[in-house]
Design a protein around this ligand. Structure first.
Ligand code: HEC
Length: 405
């Protein structure tokens, strides 16, 4: 019996000591993928957190604070060592989340995103100090803040311009109007009804300039646009906001309107349908600011112009609309957000108000479920069409999808 007991103790002791030596993350943690990509912004963020919370024990280069190395048992791990660097991002993330012994759990102190950013920074500690210094120097010039993750929110354009090469493909889809009545089930929330759709491509040319082309079903519009980022918000508040200029020209390819040979313009000139009557312009000056990790807001000064107005049938219609769209994005999680857009403007019957829930948004794609009071998408179309009045007239569901390649 005694023999059994001592064998048991030896085995138990062996495992116990071993457990003390090697801090093992569970198999499940190893599989966790880091949702952040290695951008200068992420590294800088990780570095800031590391310097404020971790340096006291792990030292500036992750090799350990000499005093702590002598006094703590076990000593703070050398984060630049192969033993740590060989681990997956998931394992390191799990250890920071859970903690062990004197190393506290950072579950409540740091958001998930912050913890993943620190992991990205710990990767840099694995490199030689000179390589690391270089990286920090290059991140210095880019303390720029990205208020929005995509070049448009629901209908509004944002100050965002994709910072990497490649192109983006987008689909904006709006279903028919529905409301809480017996027809809602029959027409499946409006999904059965006529719907509007815009396909678009966006091409970043530089970190400040992008172009886009699109095709929208209603109005049979083809549009071409460009956006130039004049300032970008920085963390040192040198630029407290981002400002972008946006211009889009759309041409309707719908059949020429039917008009009699006697038709005239309002001023009496003979009416003749020309190509330039098909053109619609949208000019925007966009100002955005990220207020916190979660909240970004944006205000736009917008002028929409059309070359032909239906004056004969609707004398109250004007050739232009001036709008001041307001957009808000509130991140509810690492990959989700709620977006709101309110677009006051000078049109007598139009007040677009839209809400969206962003799911699975990451650096490369976004999917939004939208609730709007208009099925128009392009500003050139949106601001000249009457919107539904909530909740009396109901609402329209839809989705936006963007994917960068
Ligand atoms: C109070 C001192 C202390 C602070 C502060 C601290 N750590 Fe630790 N850390 C330790 C010690 C001690 C260990 C070894 C724990 C063990 O093996 O039981 C450790 C281990 C780790 C490990 C596991 C390495 C391995 O061996 O796999 C990681 C990763 C880590 N720390 C990251 C961090 C990060 C990131 C921060 C800041 C957010 C931080 N630590 C703050 C003391 C500290």
């Amino acid at each position: 019996m005694k023999q059994f007991l001592s064998i048991f103790l030896v085995i138990f002791g062996f495992f116990y000591l071993n457990a003390q030596k090697h801090w093992q993350a569970p198999e499940k943690a190893k599989q966790l993928q880091n949702p952040l990509s290695e951008t200068a912004e992420t590294i800088t963020k990780g570095q800031k957190i590391f310097q404020s919370l971790c340096v006291s024990c792990h030292g500036k280069y992750g090799t350990g604070n000499p005093v702590m190395l002598k006094t703590l048992n076990p000593p703070p791990a050398n984060l630049s060592s192969p033993q740590v660097q060989q681990q997956t991002d998931g394992e390191i993330f799990w250890k920071i989340t859970e903690g062990r012994g004197v190393m506290a759990s950072y579950k409540n102190m740091l958001s998930e995103e912050d913890r993943w950013a620190v992991v990205k920074y710990i990767r840099k500690l694995g490199k030689t100090p000179s390589a690391m210094d270089k990286k920090i120097k290059t991140t210095k010039s880019s303390n720029e803040v990205e208020s929005f993750a995509f070049s448009q929110l629901i209908n509004a354009k944002t100050t965002f311009i994709r910072q990497t090469k490649g192109f983006g493909f987008g689909i904006q889809h709006r279903f028919g109007a529905t409301k809480f009545d017996e027809n809602m089930i029959q027409n499946f929330l409006g999904l059965d009804l006529a719907s509007n759709i815009r396909f678009s491509f966006e091409i970043p040319v530089s970190k400040r300039l992008m172009f886009e082309i699109g095709r929208t079903r209603y109005g049979k519009f083809y549009d071409i646009g460009g956006k130039y980022l004049i300032f970008k918000q920085t963390t040192d508040e040198k630029y407290p906001v981002s400002i972008a200029f946006y211009e889009n020209i759309a041409v309707t390819t719908e059949n020429a309107p039917q008009y009699s040979a006697q038709a005239t313009f309002a001023d009496g000139r003979k009416f003749d349908y020309k190509f330039y009557h098909r053109l619609y312009y949208d000019t925007q000056l966009i100002v955005s600011r990220q207020f916190s990790n979660k909240l970004s807001a944006q205000v736009t000064a917008e002028l929409v112009w059309r070359n032909l107005t239906p004056y004969a049938t609707k004398p109250e219609e004007k050739a232009y609309v001036i709008a001041v769209p307001l957009s808000l994005r509130y991140k509810t999680g690492l990959k989700s957000a709620i977006d709101l857009e309110i677009m006051p403007n000078t049109h007598h019957k139009t007040m677009p108000i839209s809400l969206a829930y962003e799911v699975a948004s990451s650096g490369n794609h976004v999917f939004q479920i939208t609730l709007t009071n208009s099925d128009r998408i392009l500003s050139q179309n949106l601001f000249f069409n009457q919107t539904l009045r909530y909740p009396k007239d109901g609402f329209m569901l839809g989705f936006n999808l963007v994917r960068y390649f």
